[in-house]
Design a protein around this ligand. Structure first.
Ligand code: AMP
Ligand code: ZN
Length: 473
């Protein structure tokens, strides 16, 4: 199977060739831990988990290193800590907020069927590496000190030797355009409006560390610096894949790329830059003021995590998603029907379906792969014995490549928060009695049975093909 990935930097889909097949390396920007993650935040987590699984399938489980950081130093964290724990010293309050939020995040994404990354570094544990990169940038003439800040100069980068990439290449913008678009109130210590912060002084009480570049006061890193330091420490100066949401392309990834390439004198940081599209809810941008802000936690109290995962993967990762209740309901029906087929088998057996693999290999075409899974599930109709067994195995093994159908049917039903425990045999028997009553025109009895089923939370539908039923929601 061939893997082709779309690279935001070169704006093309290319065959994926790892730098080292023995250790395929991927870095994805992780959460800033101060509050429950929303369903938009779940998108990069699920998408890159899907890619992680595919890489493990292709190169072997122990030959892929997936790093997803935790940003635990940030103004939003400081504000939340001061608000929630006003009586504690700020640093202690910050630790409480970050530990608590990190745990919530793990619980949420575990429930979405995501594997833990190989390494989950915390920004505050990589200050030494950040200082080292900053020192290199200052020595190389790419950064300068002003009013106890260290600033990076994109102009200096673009004026330097030819090995380096052009600042603005990832976002596909020129420096002139950026200068024109810069805000009017540019900080007075910046030489140029496009200069960005690598290090800044801490206010009293804020987390602080000894500063680099001869600065006497204590300080803290800028956000972009964190990822350059953590990816360097865990994956080296150059690695295979760098991912995140599309909103991170500029300025975050553009700046990470600039810092790393200038510090290590390289023309690339990652070979493939991958970005997931944005998610909106019921046709609108998600925001607290619109009241359509949904956390993963809230959704998990209504739906099994696997239903949310399938709903996310139905759309190609680069397209925008409109997250709707209707979509989630449909995903639930699909998973219910697939679990009816695969039952309680615990293992994947054999190789996944070739078409499913080929779809995923084509820049993670999960929607194409899911269409194929539907076809596999439908091919069961009219088969028996060995044929049925083959369909069951093929469906399970192939869906597991997407991180789906990895549970037994029992586990899946148990994970359904609003599940009504249904005795399927009893329901089927009642429906058979009702069909018999209708056949002999005993409508009083058939209505009585329908009401009995309704009281059990079962809705029935009659059609020419017969009677079907489902659990009412
Ligand atoms: P943040 O906590 O805002 O830094 O976001 C963490 C990750 O979630 C980043 O990779 C973002 O790009 C991604 N993200 C945030 N909001 C959305 C959204 N509505 N749709 C898709 N991805 C998002
Ligand atoms: Zn990052």
């Amino acid at each position: 199977m061939e893997l082709r990935l779309y690279d935001t930097l070169n704006r093309e889909k290319r065959v994926f060739t790892p730098i080292d097949r023995g250790n395929v390396r991927m870095y994805v920007c992780g959460p800033t831990v101060y509050d429950f993650a929303h369903i938009g935040n779940a998108r990069p987590v699920i998408v890159f988990d899907m890619l992680f699984r595919l890489l493990r399938h292709l190169y072997g489980e122990s030959h892929v290193t997936y790093v997803r950081n935790i940003t635990d130093v940030d103004d939003k964290i400081n504000e939340r800590a001061a608000r929630d724990f006003p009586k504690l010293p700020l640093n202690e309050a910050i630790r409480k907020v970050t530990e608590q939020t990190e745990k919530q995040f793990h619980d949420d994404v575990d429930a979405l069927g995501c594997l833990r990354p190989t390494v989950e570094p915390r920004a505050t544990e990589h200050i030494v590496e950040m200082r080292e990169i900053i020192e290199r940038l200052v020595k190389g003439g790419f950064a300068y000190v002003a009013e106890d800040h260290v600033l990076f100069s994109p102009q200096a980068m673009n004026a330097a030797n030819k090995i380096l990439p052009r600042y603005g290449a990832l976002a596909n913008r020129s420096l002139d355009e950026m200068i024109a678009g810069a805000r009017v109130d540019v900080a007075p210590y910046k030489r140029d409006p496009t200069d960005f912060v690598l290090w800044k002084p801490s206010k009293p009480d804020e987390p602080s560390w000894p500063s680099p570049a001869g600065i006497k006061v204590m300080g803290r890193p800028g956000w972009h610096m964190e990822c350059s330091a953590m990816s360097w420490k865990h994956l080296g100066e150059e690695f295979d894949i760098h991912g995140g949401g599309i909103d991170l392309v500029f300025p975050h990834h553009e700046n990470e790329l600039a810092q790393s390439c200038c510090a290590f004198h390289r023309n690339r940081m990652a070979n493939y830059w991958m970005h997931n599209g944005f998610l909106q809810v019921e046709g609108e941008k998600m925001s607290k003021s619109l009241g359509n802000f949904v956390t993963i936690r809230e959704l998990l109290s209504d739906w099994p995590g696997e239903v949310l995962r399938l709903n996310m993967l139905k759309t190609h990762y680069r397209s925008p998603i409109d997250w709707t209740l209707k979509g989630v309901e449909e995903s639930k029906k699909v998973l219910d029907s697939w679990y009816d087929i695969v039952g309680d088998d615990t293992q994947a057996l054999g190789e996944p379906d070739e078409d499913v693999s080929a779809q995923l290999g084509d820049d993670l075409n999960t929607s194409g792969a899911i269409t194929r899974l539907h076809a596999i599930a439908s091919s069961r109709v009219g088969t028996s014995g060995q044929g049925q067994l083959d369909v069951k195995r093929n469906l399970k093994t192939s869906a597991m490549l997407l991180g789906l159908l990895g549970n037994t049917r029992k586990q899946y039903l148990a994970s359904n928060p609003k599940a009504i425990v249904v005795n399927r045999e009893a329901v089927d028997a009642l429906i058979a009695d009702r069909t018999a009553a209708r056949a002999r025109k005993d409508f009083r009895e058939s209505d009585r049975i329908r009401d009995e089923l309704a009281a059990m939370g079962i809705v029935i539908r009659d059609s020419k093909e017969g009677t079907t039923w489902e659990v009412a929601r």
